[in-house]
Design a protein around this ligand. Structure first.
Ligand code: SGN
Ligand code: CA
Length: 541
């Protein structure tokens, strides 16, 4: 009996004890988990690419959807980088794993799913953005970017050793991931399944594409989202606090790639624009020349006309420049996804491998006039999620399950036949993935969300909330409304998917508001969410 057959049999025995005969996976699958940073559904063609339908093409990600399952209602528990990553590793809400805001230090001693897989005999590897301050643990090999990571010539920490590589970060991560797959495939064929986490930095700010993508979107315009010109406080006073407006908060050079001294001679240059000199110093000369060739003409025309432009015209200009470079960096990620799928084919392990593509959260591509994330509103709360698992997941299937990033750990453990620890707070998506009747409804009918990082970038107030299939209630932790009670927002997602009409406090929606508040309290209890600063604020009299 070869070692692979033995391990397959052992795994099958273990899993049949755990799940009952019908659900035992036949083999222990390899897992390739690919995650982008800030990649929204609006920019992915299998999701309709609402930012530019018919113009944005993401064939790599689309292939996973075509050969697997597309989740249409996936969301995150907290739409910000480090907290989302910690939730993915632990299967817990942020208050439970302790990493609720960027800049904290993840307690790497705690239980994570890579550690559990490793213990069960998986080889575990991690390549790309980590952003959890503490060193990775639970991995046999890691190559992580320092902090946010740079777009060009980035420093990686390879198994604890710092090394600067030359090239564009998306391609470097891709090259490394595919090189690792060669060795991992060998091991898998000899009976050691693997977990490979590939975490891209793109399309995170400050949107510096590889030159091969600069020609994309050069012609034509990216359509403005319908809510682009919504007043910041259209939904509630909370919206007026943020500093993530395209018209006001993008930096000229750092974000928009225009030298501000050519627009406003003699005026002081912003801190981010001064910082951009460090970024540019790392960009290879040919790439700098390519950026220049792409933007120079438009930049010169802007310098000529900026004094005559209306604020609305200028906002439109900024949106185009920002959105195009964002989409170009995202294209590099899609190239990588396609390349990883081809590598799995070439290595002959595609049939034994689960491939996931997701993002650490969604993103504002101009909706409400914003960039960035953080809010529980749909653009940042929802996240792309496609999963291919040959033999288990029906090709071309879709799901409306209320899946969350909270569920990855549990899902991978079940797929590997490893017992899911009782203190994990998510649920395995395996029943949904394998198309078990009623699994979508059984997963959950409401999700809990909590954003904590009100200080620092983009000044979004702390909030928590509950979302069901049809409605969403947001409660601000530190803000009170005119009635002296915590500020609330309420939306009917079934009739108002863009959340443009806040129904909180309206008499005719009082029953829905009460019901949603009760749901929120129930979830807070279920997840043991902290009461902290809200102190006396409760909904049950
Ligand atoms: C940086 C960015 C912000 C971004 C945060 C968090 N500014 O501070 O725009 O919201 O990261 O991003 S930048 O000037 O450094 O680009 S996250 O992905 O790490 O959560
Ligand atoms: Ca992110």
């Amino acid at each position: 009996m070869n070692p692979r057959t033995t391990s397959v049999l052992l795994a099958a025995l273990a899993t049949s004890a755990l799940f009952g005969q019908s659900e035992a996976p036949a083999t222990r699958p390899n897992i390739v988990f690919i995650m982008a940073d800030d990649h929204c559904m609006q920019a992915i063609s299998c999701y309709g690419a609402s930012a530019a339908p018919g113009v944005i093409e993401t064939p790599g990600i689309d292939r996973i959807a075509r050969e697997g399952m597309r989740f249409d209602r996936a969301s995150v528990t907290n739409a910000i980088c480090g907290p989302s990553r910690a939730t993915i590793l632990t299967g817990k809400h942020c208050h439970a794993h302790g990493f609720a805001t960027n800049g904290q230090k993840f307690d790497g001693d705690q239980q994570t799913f890579p550690k559990l897989l490793q213990k069960a005999g998986y080889r575990t590897e991690m390549i790309g953005k980590w952003h959890l301050s503490s060193a990775p643990s639970g991995f046999d090999h890691s190559e992580i970017l320092v902090g946010q990571g740079d777009y060009w010539n980035p420093v990686f920490i390879v198994d604890g050793e710092r090394t600067r590589l030359e090239g564009h970060t998306t391609d470097l991560i891709h090259q490394s991931a595919t090189a690792r797959l060669e060795a991992l495939a060998e091991g898998a064929k000899e009976g050691t399944p693997f977990l490979l986490m590939v975490h891209h930095k793109a399309p995170h700010r400050n949107w510096m594409p590889h030159p091969r993508h600069l020609e994309l979107f050069e012609e034509g315009e990216i359509p403005l989202p319908p809510s682009f010109f919504d007043a910041p406080d259209r939904r509630s006073p909370a919206g007026a606090i943020q500093t993530m407006q395209i018209d006001r908060d993008l930096a000229w050079l750092y974000d928009l790639k225009v030298d501000p001294t050519t627009l406003f001679p003699g005026e002081e240059v912003s801190q981010l624009d001064r910082w951009m000199a460090n970024e540019l110093a790392r960009v290879p000369a040919e790439a700098l020349a390519a950026y220049d060739a792409t933007h120079a003409e438009e930049n010169a025309a802007l310098a000529e006309s900026i004094k005559q432009m209306t604020p609305e015209e200028l906002a439109r200009w900024k949106f185009q420049r920002y959105a195009k470079n964002y989409l170009r960096t995202a294209q590099g990620v899609d190239d990588s996804v396609g390349g990883i799928l081809e590598t799995l084919d070439r290595l002959g392990i595609a049939d034994d491998t689960i491939v996931v593509y997701t993002s650490d959260q969604g993103w504002y591509l101009g909706e409400q006039g914003w960039f960035d994330k953080r809010w529980m509103y749909e653009p940042s709360f929802r996240t792309p999620l496609v999963v291919r698992w040959p033999g288990e997941v029906e090709a071309g299937s879709t799901s409306n399950a209320l899946a969350q990033n909270l569920d990855f750990a549990e899902t991978f453990l079940e797929a590997a036949g490893v017992e899911i620890p009782a203190d994990m707070q998510g649920r395995s998506l395996v029943p949904v993935l394998t198309g078990r009747a009623g699994a979508e409804e059984a997963l959950r009918d409401a999700v809990y969300y909590r954003f904590e990082e009100s200080r620092g970038a983009h000044t979004v107030p702390r909030h928590e909330g509950v979302a069901t299939r049809d409605a969403k209630l947001i409660r601000y932790i530190d803000l009170v409304g005119e009635d002296g009670r915590p500020l609330l927002e309420l939306y009917r997602l079934d009739v108002d998917p863009e959340e443009r009409r806040n129904l909180a406090g309206l008499e005719e929606n009082a029953a829905l508001e009460q019901a949603m508040l009760a749901r929120l309290e129930a979830l807070r209890r279920e997840y043991a969410a902290p009461d902290d600063a809200r102190g006396s604020v409760t909904t049950t009299p």
